[in-house]
Design a protein around this ligand. Structure first.
Ligand code: PMT
Length: 402
């Protein structure tokens, strides 16, 4: 981790003493560490301790400019390869979530474009307070990554979640983050992904849908973002939380998903369509709840727009990847889709395989390529399938260059 700069922002809680050990562990791992402290943090430990551990000046006051040729908080914001807030108190999280900049840490946090990580530490009830949880959600959506606090004895006397994660563990997480960034296979690429089911309304209380949970598509979005891509995820209704660093657009019907996809398609380099889009929707949506009557009910359905097919007809430079969820004849149907939708790759998903397909944590897929070859992957987690797909996308992009 030589030549990687970590800006450690220490806010005021009893866990400041652990931030001293964290400074030491990060330095031992080879990072250059500079520390900013809030006034409250200085109530617990002096700046001199952090100075000795980091072998760098410690910053505590926005107006205490050590070098007249620089503005310290801007200079530090630019210097950092990663900003780590540890411990992150409820106060600093609240300020950052609301754009408040009233001290050295918060002004620097607003000025930086480096990835920001936060390791919260506070009383168990503070950590579960709706205001704190909301601020964490807001920051999460803006791309801040969190090292969750661990459970155990808290300095306030409570036992519960709120302890700053151990310095060794935080150092390991940050080191792994930088190691993974080395494999940024999709750096500079714009990737559009669809995930989840669609819902086609029958009346205000009933809809036509399928079992897609969105897990596969969200895993692809996460891995694409980790690989350095600028990711837009068009999601059907799912109960998953948004992924940091991914622009997530929520849609409900096949038509809404189609409109959203078309908005981003022309500007995308890669499109991955893992959503399970309804092929049919009711011709009529009843405005009032339908009342039951004697006898059977016949509803008339009409075709939705085939989004993948439309993209295949309009694609120019884009790499287009479709999925095929099949219960039989996977190869025949997948190859048919590859051709009829003018896709560059079809991810065949035999949903009859135990542990594969809708709602599961794992998946078993086969990549059907345009050159006639196929790669059958073993049953593995959806994250692993997503990683394999990102690597396949990278090969397809490389092929375009040769
Ligand atoms: O969400 P999970 O629970 O994790 O489950 C993952 C999954 C099983 C949904 C996923 O792995 C998968 O297989 N997705 C595709 C499901 C599907 O609808 O397949 P299909 O064979 O019906 O559609 C073929 C392709 O056309 C798909 O890329 C689909 O997004 C696309 N399509 C379908 C209909 C339509 N109107 N427009 C489309 O673009």
């Amino acid at each position: 981790m030589v030549n990687k700069n970590i800006l450690l922002c220490v806010s005021g809680g009893i866990a400041v003493y652990k931030a001293v050990a964290l400074t030491s562990k990060l330095s031992q791992a080879g990072f250059n560490v500079k520390v900013i402290m809030t006034e409250s943090a200085m109530e617990f430990v002096t700046p001199l301790t952090f100075q000795a551990m980091s072998r760098n000046d410690v910053y505590t006051d926005t107006f205490d400019e050590k070098d007249s040729s620089k503005i310290a908080h801007i200079d530090l914001a630019d210097w950092a390869d990663l900003v780590l807030i540890a411990p992150a108190t409820a106060n600093v999280l609240g300020k950052l979530a609301n754009g408040i900049a009233d001290d050295m840490i918060t002004t620097t946090l607003l000025a930086t474009t480096a990835p920001v990580w936060a390791a919260p530490a506070m009383n168990v009830h503070m950590y579960s307070h709706p205001a704190v949880l909301k601020n964490i959600d807001v920051l999460h959506e803006r791309g801040v990554q969190f090292v969750e606090p661990s459970e155990g004895f808290l300095a306030c006397g409570y036992v519960g979640k709120g302890r700053l994660e151990e310095p060794e563990k935080i150092t390991q997480i940050i080191t792994e983050y930088f190691s993974k960034r080395k494999e940024r296979l999709l750096e500079g690429k714009k990737v559009l992904i669809t995930a989840g089911p669609t819902r086609e309304k029958i009346d205000p209380v009933r809809f036509f849908t399928n079992h897609s949970s969105g897990k596969m598509g969200y895993a692809i979005a996460k891995k694409a973002a980790e690989a350095g891509a600028e990711v837009t995820l068009i999601s059907g209704p799912v109960s998953l939380s948004s992924t940091p660093g991914v622009t997530t657009i929520k849609t409900e019907t096949a038509e809404e998903m189609y409109q959203a996809v078309m908005k981003y398609f022309h500007d995308s380099d890669v499109v991955i369509k893992s959503a399970a889009v309804a092929d049919y929707r009711p011709v009529q949506t009843n405005e009032q709840k339908m009342k039951k009557k004697d006898g059977s009910l016949i509803l008339e359905f009409e075709r939705t727009t085939d989004i993948l097919k439309t993209l295949g007809e309009q694609k120019k430079h884009q790499i287009l990847i479709g999925f095929a969820a099949e219960t039989e004849q996977l190869e025949t149907y997948a190859l048919n889709k590859l051709k009829s939708k003018n896709a560059d790759l079809i991810v065949g998903n035999n949903i009859m395989t135990e542990g594969a397909g809708f709602g599961t944590e794992t998946n078993a897929v086969t990549f059907f390529r345009k050159d006639g070859t196929a790669a059958e992957l073993p049953l593995q987690t959806k994250d692993q399938v997503a990683e394999a797909l990102i690597s396949e996308v990278h090969h397809l992009l490389q092929e375009r260059l040769t």
